[in-house]
Design a protein around this ligand. Sequence first.
Ligand code: SAM
Length: 311
Amino acid sequence: MPAIDKFERPVFSLRISITNRCNVRCFYCHHDGILPQSYEMTPDEIYRVSKIAADTGVRKIRLSGGEPLIRNDIVEIVEKIAAVGFKDTAITTNGTLLGKYARELEAAGLNRVNVSFDTLNPETYKFITKKDYIEKAKDGIKKASEAGLYPVKVNMVVMKGINDHEIWDMFHFCKENNAILQLIELLKADNQSSSKFFSEYHFKMDELEEELTQKADEVKTRQFMQDRKKYFIEDGEIEVVKPMDNTEFCKNCTRIRITPDGKIKPCLLRNDNLVDLIEPMRQGYSDEELKKIFLDAVQNREPFFKECSGN
Ligand code: SAM
């Protein structure tokens, strides 16, 4: 049974950011709400944090960042967390190093991968990431499928005037590579909120969702995933990921996060309530004591947006 917070939200998913470093510079990046840090947990520390979370009922784990694949010990990290025995072990990556690692990661116990990849146009790719890595990223997606990672999901942040005209090309590219296309609505990033960036590029998904509904052979709604819609079209699949800064998201949030330096981050949208797990670990706390710290952090979780959450 998963741990449940005061707002009756079960916590069965863990997202560990294993580094803040990244090899691309996406201009819209919100850095998963994590502030820069210098320390990165070791593979053994990541294992122990994961094990403690699993002991409280967490069933799914995802590594993220920064770019998780730029850590030289990424295969060792995956091997260790896979040994914990989660129902699902996943990574979110920009894919540029996936061509190199897909097979090793699969053999180490990785189940699934999300690849952030917004465009098939080399110029647009360079505009977004400031790098010439488009072919590496495409190769990463292909190799992930070939390695048997399943599902491979392609995360496309849809932006007005940048890549909104590429949705169907991206859908066919994904189909060719046995991948599922996830269309992500642009969020305000902290560093950009005061700039024109959001109003300039934000693409409203409503009309697109109508088009998807019309084209779909079947539409499914994913419970516990913000009622996310899955559209099944011509043997392919598209998911739409709605914004995370609203009451609906908070009400259904089942995820807890860990920062690269080993702090529990109970809420994506806050950094003033982090709970240190690594310092007690270094001081020699037992698994039971660490589990209590984790459970207290879960207990004290609060929805960031409460108004309509019934609380
Ligand atoms: N480096 C990894 C990657 O590229 O997938 C993991 C970190 S990245 C911050 C995680 C996800 O956040 C990516 O899918 C990215 O597209 C998404 N993301 C970042 N900034 C965003 C924004 N402003 N709005 C919507 N999604 C965003």
